[in-house]
Design a protein around this ligand. Structure first.
Ligand code: PMP
Length: 408
């Protein structure tokens, strides 16, 4: 069927039964972190109860079981985003670490004076701060593709900004503040026409829409387990195999080596070259379980459900003309709404709606420069996922109404 059986799905997420002083939790902070289904939690307990052991180097049976599960987790996660090459999937700590891996391992070596890194005004600090600081250390320069008034990338400006001086284009796939979904394939083509690489930040796209890194033709791609029904402590770096092959490691130590002498070392094969030390074993296995879970639900359906809720929230909130929702129109956005209510600070708003059990985020959502462009110091953000309902959107809108009346 086209739609989700949300009542049944909610049974998978015990935390959704929480109440605060008798008020049911309405969890609308999914862009920060999503809730975790039983199946994924059980995959973690199963690991610790039955086959907890270090991986790769073990001869004993327990270590072999752990190694196989951990290594195969790379395949499951890879297939979830469109690659069947285990070599191309590196487990990291999170999107931020995936970004830093490429910035340090590739950027520090390859960038220099006269080189440019092209980002967007809607970048998360994970990429913005990382490239800014690597550019500072290498003498390269960062440029930013501006956004239009309705929160899209200005693609004409993008074509002007990406030149033969560009070495890396780093763009967010789906904005965690505007809800914009960017034309990454088009940007990849522009980048490649100029001999540049492209890094796509998929932290907000992989949880919410079918993603195919091969169709996108990105060179690097990053996402986090904890935003897609998986655990904290594991993220993913996808890189085209030949690029990861050419790159130096980012972190050095055990597990990532092939041969070590007092004088020199050589590196293990991909992807282990980029996984120094004991990796996130339980988390990686659980992330694969999360991918299977989302596959079973169906990513097309997850996408339709969550974006329907965002559209509904957008329409209901902007029915009051003192509300501004940032970003593209209601029918063309990812599953979140960042907004401000005239005369009510976003922090006050989120604190008052919390009294009604409604969990939303307030602040700059790690996009301070974007908030400068929007002319706001902060915003409130409600973000939706497969287990949310229209009734929960109504609860948000009612709670916002209460806040408005308090401050009237
Ligand atoms: N990029 C985007 C677009 C995000 O929304 C986030 C999480 N807020 C990140 C990167 C960073 O993810 P993490 O904190 O898991 O590294």
């Amino acid at each position: 069927s086209e739609t989700l059986d949300v009542a049944a799905l909610r049974e998978d997420f015990p935390v959704l039964d929480r109440e605060f002083d008798g008020t049911p939790l309405v969890y609308l902070d999914n862009a920060a972190t999503s809730q975790t289904p039983k199946r994924v939690v059980e995959s973690i307990t199963d690991y610790y109860y039955r086959y907890n052991a270090n991986v790769h180097r073990g001869i004993h049976s327990l270590s072999q079981e752990a190694s196989i599960a951990y290594e195969e987790a790379h395949d499951t996660v890879g297939e979830f985003v469109g690659t069947d090459r285990r070599e191309e999937i590196v487990f990291t700590k999170n999107t931020t670490e995936s970004m830093n891996t490429v910035a340090y391992a590739w950027g520090l070596n390859e960038l220099g004076p006269g080189d440019e890194v092209v980002l967007t005004e809607m970048e998360h600090h994970a990429s913005l701060v990382t490239w800014q600081q690597i550019a500072r250390r290498t003498g390269a320069e960062c440029k930013y593709i501006p956004i239009t008034d309705d929160g899209y990338l200005d693609m004409e400006a993008a074509r002007d900004l990406i030149t033969d001086d560009t070495e890396m284009v780093s763009v967010v796939h789906a904005s965690n503040t505007l809800g914009t979904v960017n034309p990454v394939r088009e940007l990849a083509d522009i980048a490649h026409d100029h001999g540049s690489y492209i890094f796509v930040d998929g932290a907000q796209s992989v949880p919410h829409q079918p993603v195919d890194v091969k169709a996108m033709d990105c060179d690097f791609f990053a996402f986090s387990g904890h935003k897609m029904c998986g655990p904290t402590g594991v993220g993913v770096l996808y890189g085209k195999e030949h690029l990861l092959e050419e790159m130096d490691p980012y972190l050095y130590g055990g597990m990532m080596i092939s041969k070590v002498t007092f004088e020199d070392s050589s590196w293990h094969e991909l992807p282990w070259k980029f996984e120094a030390g004991t990796p996130p074993i339980a988390q990686g296995i659980a992330l694969a379980e999360a991918c299977d879970y989302l596959d079973d639900v169906g990513m097309e359906r997850v996408h339709r459900h969550s974006t329907d809720l965002a559209r509904y929230a957008h329409e209901e909130l902007t029915a009051s003309d003192d509300v501004e929702v940032y970003g593209p129109p209601a029918d063309d956005r990812g599953p979140l709404v960042a907004f401000n209510v005239d005369g009510v600070h976003a922090h006050d708003l989120s604190s008052i709606v919390n009294d009604y059990g409604v969990a939303i985020r307030a602040g700059d959502h790690c996009t301070q420069p974007l908030h400068d462009v929007l002319g706001a110091t902060a915003s409130a953000r409600a973000s939706f996922y497969l287990y949310n309902t229209r009734e929960e959107v109504d609860a948000l809108v009612d709670a916002v109404d209460e806040a408005r009346q308090l401050f009237a």
